[in-house]
Design a protein. Structure first.
Length: 95
């Protein structure tokens, strides 16, 4: 499990770090976020990518958000291929 302390990052920094980790194939993450806004943004982003997120208040302040990409989650789906009916990926060599 990857653990990230993103309390020092203003929004959208925590979401961008979560995105990078999911794109790298991380299936389970623990994020330490500074406030309710970051907790909400990270949780909503995870859900939008098919991942599950659970948050709880941290004793030292802020929140701890656990994210699971899971089976069928964004990390396990990978990038779409050109054969999925959606055409080439923008910026890819097939574009």
């Amino acid at each position: 499990m990857m653990e990230l302390d993103v309390r020092h990052l203003p929004c959208p920094g925590p979401v961008l770090e979560l995105r990078r980790a999911l794109e790298a194939g991380e299936a389970e993450l623990l994020l330490h976020v500074a406030d309710e806004l970051a907790r909400s943004n990270v949780s909503r982003f995870a859900a939008s990518r098919g991942a599950r997120a659970e948050a709880e208040a941290a004793p030292q302040g802020g929140f701890v958000v656990r994210v699971w990409a899971g089976e069928g989650g964004w990390a396990s789906r990978g990038r779409p291929s050109v054969d999925d009916g959606r055409g080439p990926i923008p910026g890819s060599k097939d574009e």
